[in-house]
Design a protein around this ligand. Structure first.
Ligand SMILES: *[C@@H]1O[C@H](CO)[C@@H](O)[C@H](O)[C@H]1NC(C)=O
Ligand SMILES: *[C@@H]1O[C@H](CO)[C@@H](O)[C@H](O)[C@H]1NC(C)=O
Ligand SMILES: *[C@@H]1O[C@H](CO)[C@@H](O)[C@H](O)[C@H]1NC(C)=O
Ligand SMILES: *[C@@H]1O[C@H](CO)[C@@H](O)[C@H](O)[C@H]1NC(C)=O
Ligand SMILES: *[C@@H]1O[C@H](CO)[C@@H](O)[C@H](O)[C@H]1NC(C)=O
Ligand SMILES: *[C@@H]1O[C@H](CO)[C@@H](O)[C@H](O)[C@H]1NC(C)=O
Length: 588
């Protein structure tokens, strides 16, 4: 009986939209969209919040995330576009065009989605011309991400010209265009709406805008990593820092060292094969994202390295899985590479060789270098024999660590065949401003700081010494916090308001929000990261002088956008606050 009724109802309603009585009007005074039941006859009404927000805001407001840094202009008039009548014109060399075609394909998926069977009436055909001025397809720290977008409405047609110095700039421009095309549905038509005569020029403040994912504490499937890359692309983040291994597991399959995953993967399905890596690198690149791989060492290793003795190479690590763990490491299971064993550099060389094949021309590699626990090395007979004659002081162990770092770098350069790669390391005892120059030449090393906001002095000292820096403010951008120990959860406002450092400095390359993996896996990582990482994305792209309050409406829209692109994102306010702009500004 009920079934009958439902079928009947679904046939009876052939409206192109859910009519629920609400509409939105722009309040010109404060730039908010107001939800109304009975529209005032003087003001035009809009069928959805998304449409209203295209038009409403101060001064010339585009509902784009992150907010462009250059020129912004548009007419405050809507024009309709039919998703079936969007064509692209590609300019440049064949390789450039092939790449742009792949970018276009990925955008087109979403342009035609969300639309019911209803057709769009009274549309303008849209022609998008894409032009990358350089044929350079490499994506590195130095890639120019500038783009300009011009949307010209005339003679019943819309022409959009997106020009970038590189294809990656052009890609950002297409993302901005996609954000400017919002579903417009009324009772008898379903179109996309956009604004007339838009002009945007845009480029990021920081070159390194990253999300860290950790696939070692808990494995993350390739599909989950891809979904995060989609959200990064939508938010113009450009680096996936992949903390792929740790003491718990080693899921990265290495062709010349098959024993690493044999001993280190959680199981035979929780492995990234070279084919997976190739697929991910390409997938990310089309989305303007490069992968910064981290193989942490000499600490944060263990599982994966147990095979050395049996293979006649001696102990590659010490303290592996040793108990009681508090005596040998900071987090169980324990393990540290064995700098007393010369074979370790042979094995590292093979590892680096495989990695540089899998991540070609990446220009940057992360060697970890955090949380070396001296009592571990200090408890190993092999290591004590190796440093025989020297006092077992902290300095001796730091020298040993410095020697390890030096030899690892040489193994890396030999494997890659040049000494041009920038090596990133976390702040540690070795990066203490008093000793760092002894161990880590500033020409080769980029320092990733993970100190609390209150420790600006460390950043100042490292900048004064001439080091390049990436900032991951621990008490603002560690997304794992708030779920263990006495750590606090940082909501999107805190993430947004993190200015990283007291002022802009050219040696600050950018920043990273970090999703450490102890308490997330495929089942919850998306919602723990998103939409908070998008708040960091605007901080890094735009670095606004304003705080979260000024970005609130756009941020809520961006969250909805991520949802419409298939992401599972955490709710940040009751939906009433989204629909009633400005009414919840002091909420949470
Ligand atoms: C469009 O949506 C699909 C499916 O969710 C996704 O794979 C793709 O990356 C999306 N493209 C954009 C531009 O978001
Ligand atoms: C838009 O294009 C028309 C026709 O090509 C041209 O006359 C007009 O100047 C253009 N408008 C803008 C704002 O570029
Ligand atoms: C893998 O480990 C085994 C011992 O378990 C050893 O015999 C073999 O040589 C190792 N393979 C490689 C490629 O190192
Ligand atoms: C390797 O480690 C094992 C277990 O800790 C130890 O018994 C052995 O002596 C070590 N090998 C060398 C060459 O020191
Ligand atoms: C190493 O161990 C020895 C003996 O237990 C101790 O005296 C020394 O202080 C330790 N060194 C460090 C740096 O902890
Ligand atoms: C590594 O050590 C060698 C030999 O002591 C030295 O010449 C070289 O400058 C060191 N390299 C770095 C990067 O510290």
């Amino acid at each position: 009986m009920n079934g009958h009724i439902i079928v009947f109802i679904s046939v009876a309603f052939t409206y192109c939209t859910t009519i629920n009585g609400w509409a939105w009007q722009c309040n010109a005074e404060n730039g908010y969209c107001t939800r109304i039941l009975s529209p005032s006859v003087d003001e035009p009404e809009h069928p959805s919040l998304a449409v209203c927000k295209l038009l409403c805001g101060q001064p010339s407001y585009l509902n784009v995330w992150p907010y462009p840094t250059g020129k912004i202009a548009s007419e405050k008039n809507l024009v309709m576009v039919d998703p079936q009548h969007i064509t692209f014109e590609l300019d440049g060399s064949t390789t450039t065009k092939n790449f742009l075609q792949e970018v276009v394909d990925y955008f087109q998926e979403n342009l035609s989605r969300d639309n019911s069977n209803c057709i769009c009436q009274d549309y303008y055909p849209l022609v998008v011309s894409l032009d990358a001025l350089s044929d350079d397809l490499s994506l590195t720290l130095d890639t120019d991400e500038f783009y300009s977008l011009k949307l010209n409405t005339s003679d019943k047609r819309i022409r959009v010209e997106i020009v970038g110095n590189t294809i990656f700039g052009v890609r950002h421009g297409i993302e901005t265009l996609l954000q400017l095309l919002v579903p417009y549905q009324n009772a008898d038509s379903a179109c996309l709406a956009t604004l007339k005569n838009v002009q945007v020029t845009d480029k990021p403040v920081y070159r390194h805008r990253a999300l860290l994912l950790d696939s070692a504490r808990n494995f993350l499937s390739v599909n989950t990593i891809k979904k995060n890359i989609n959200a990064m692309a939508a938010s113009k983040l450009n680096v996936l820092h992949w903390h792929v291994t740790d003491s718990q597991s080693f899921p990265l399959e290495l062709p010349s060292l098959p024993n690493m995953t044999k001993c280190g993967a959680y199981d035979k399905d929780r492995i990234y094969s070279p084919k997976d890596i190739e697929e991910l690198v390409t997938y990310a690149k089309i989305r303007g994202v490069r992968i910064l791989l981290e193989i942490d060492g000499p600490s944060h290793v263990g599982n994966g390295w147990q095979w050395g003795n049996e293979a006649g190479l001696g102990n590659l690590t010490v303290c592996t899985n040793q108990q009681p763990w508090r005596s040998f490491c900071i987090q169980p299971p324990c393990g540290q590479l064995n700098p007393a064993n010369p074979n370790i550099y042979k094995v590292l060389g093979q590892l680096y060789g495989d990695i540089s094949n899998m991540f070609p021309n990446i220009g940057m590699f992360h060697m970890g270098g955090d949380e070396v626990f001296i009592p571990c090395w200090n408890s190993s007979k092999e290591i004590l024999d190796y440093i025989k004659g020297k006092p077992t002081t902290e300095e001796t162990f730091l020298d040993l660590w410095g020697e390890f770092q030096n030899k690892s770098l040489r193994a890396y350069d030999a494997a890659v065949g040049n000494d041009k790669t920038s090596i990133v390391v976390w702040t540690s005892h070795l990066t203490d401003p008093n000793v760092i120059q002894k161990y880590l030449p500033k020409e080769r090393y980029i320092i990733q700081t993970w100190v609390p906001d209150t420790n600006q002095d460390l950043i100042t000292s490292l900048l004064n010494l001439g080091y390049k820096i990436i900032i991951s403010t621990k008490d603002k951008w560690y997304l794992d916090h708030g779920f263990w120990g006495s750590t606090l959860y940082y909501n999107w406002r805190t993430v947004y308001n993190n200015k990283m450092y007291s002022q802009y400095h050219k040696s600050i390359l950018g920043g990273e929000v970090c999703m450490w993996g102890e308490l997330v896996d495929d089942s919850n990582v998306e919602s723990r990261v998103w939409p908070r990482a998008a708040a960091a994305a605007e901080r890094l792209w735009t670095n606004p002088s304003t705080t979260a309050g000024a970005a609130e409406g756009r941020f809520f829209s961006h969250r909805e956008r991520l949802i419409s692109r298939g992401l599972k994102t955490e709710a940040v306010v009751p939906q009433w606050c989204v629909q009633n702009e400005g009414e919840c500004s002091s909420y949470l």
